[in-house]
Each structure stands twice: as structure tokens, then as C-alpha cells.
Write a protein that binds this ligand. Sequence first.
Ligand SMILES: [Zn+2]
Ligand SMILES: [Zn+2]
Ligand SMILES: [Zn+2]
Length: 136
Amino acid sequence: MSSNTGSGIGFSERSDSMPRKPKKPCAYPGCPNLTDGTYCDKHRKEARRQYDQYERAADVHKKYGRSWKRIRNRYIKEHPFCEECFKEGKMVLAEEVHHILPVSRGGTNEVSNLMALCQSCHTKMHIQLGDRKAYR
Ligand SMILES: [Zn+2]
Ligand SMILES: [Zn+2]
Ligand SMILES: [Zn+2]
């Protein structure tokens, strides 16, 4: 009851010898606990459990990869010969499916953006793309 305010000064000023991160409130909604992580001890476990659920959601990405494989296999079944070699009248079995507009530049897995190529034509195609970039 008789304790006065006024203590605490100096305490915060001595922190220069000990580098410490300021504690933040727990990221759990409504939790008043302070932590130097994201969650307080109490909610860390809970967050871990939620994270596991998020990880399962990441399967959607894997699914996309699997469906590309299906698209690719079907495309190759419908276009069994290299489309580049075919232009020159050669029948060479296609081994790869090439994106005409690369996925990294917004290309899709749609048939209109795909090309069945043999390995050497595919390599050539990418060297050409790379060369054009290099020569600007
Ligand atoms: Zn908490
Ligand atoms: Zn070819
Ligand atoms: Zn390609």
C-alpha cells in the first residue's frame, strides 16, 4: 500500500548491456500475454495444431502438379509426334510437352499453349528462347 511510483526508472535504461528484443503481445486473438515469439507458451501448441491444418491445405498445390502431369500425358497421347520435327516431315516421338508461353510469364496448361516436342527440339527451343534474351 505504501509503495510509491518512481521505481522502474533506470531499469529500462540499463538494457544497453543486454540486447533484448521487446516482447510483443501474443498473436492469438484476445490473448494479453507477452511473448518474444509469435505466441505465448499457452498458445504456441494451439498454433502448431492450426499450422498442421494449413499444411494439409498445401496439398492443393501438389494436386495442381499432379493434374499437370495428367494434362501432359494426355497431350502427348493426342500428339505423339514432335510438332517441330513434323513440320520438316520427320516423325519423331514426342517426349516432352512445351509451354509456348512459359508458365512463369503467365502461360497456362491449356492445349493452345502446349507443344509436343522431342527432347532435342525442346532443348533447342529453350536455347533459342535463352539466346534471344541474352542478345536482347
Ligand atoms: Zn496467448
Ligand atoms: Zn523434334
Ligand atoms: Zn519447354
